[in-house]
Design a protein. Structure first.
Length: 183
């Protein structure tokens, strides 16, 4: 069987060299896959796509909270099973006893206002009511001015909305809450 010799000219932006392929396969059998390969590799003028780097660790969410009793981020979106690292910095100036801030992530379907009302009576446990501990998925303890706390956790695998709040008295009712949207 006669072999086939093929000269391939690359697009101008890929021209570094000309390739010559010699193959003992009959031309009929080689022509179809070779033609398909040429169409896939040489007909596009766009640059080759960059390969996305594999994640090197948890995704970090930087939260701040100040004397205005608001988080800087009211909604966090995450994929089911994603690992998140949440860091909270208290940017306020008032003392912790008067204006402390924390971050508490609750189960989907939990009522953050009800949790906050129960937290008022839990001063001894930094406003984390022990009777509702089963509702808590992740939390950052109470912080004072200039302090930073953090937590790393795996996002639930069930899609839904998971509320988070500051459990310090009256903060949730003042709007210091948000939602983790898992989708």
């Amino acid at each position: 069987m006669p072999g086939i010799s093929l000269r391939i000219e690359l697009a101008p932006w890929l021209r570094k060299k000309t390739t010559v392929i010699t193959c003992p396969m009959p031309a009929k059998l080689l022509s179809i896959p070779l033609f398909a390969a040429l169409l896939l590799t040489g007909c596009s003028k766009s640059e080759p796509a960059a390969v996305a780097a594999a994640p090197s660790g948890p995704r970090t969410i930087e939260l701040t909270a100040g004397d205005n009793m608001k988080y800087n981020i009211m909604q966090i979106e995450a994929a089911p099973g994603e690992v998140l690292h949440v860091a909270l910095t208290d940017t306020g100036t008032l003392p912790k006893e008067a204006m402390g801030h924390d971050w508490t992530l609750l189960q989907a379907g939990s009522d953050p206002d009800a949790y906050s009302r129960a937290a008022v009576m839990a001063k001894d446990t930094n406003y984390q009511p022990p009777e509702l501990a089963y509702e808590v998925l992740a939390s950052i303890p109470l912080l004072g001015p200039g302090q930073t706390g953090d937590v790393t956790f795996t996002v639930p695998t069930k899609p839904g909305e998971y509320p988070y709040l500051c459990s310090f008295p009256a903060h949730c009712q003042s709007g210091m809450k948000g939602v983790l949207v898992v989708k």
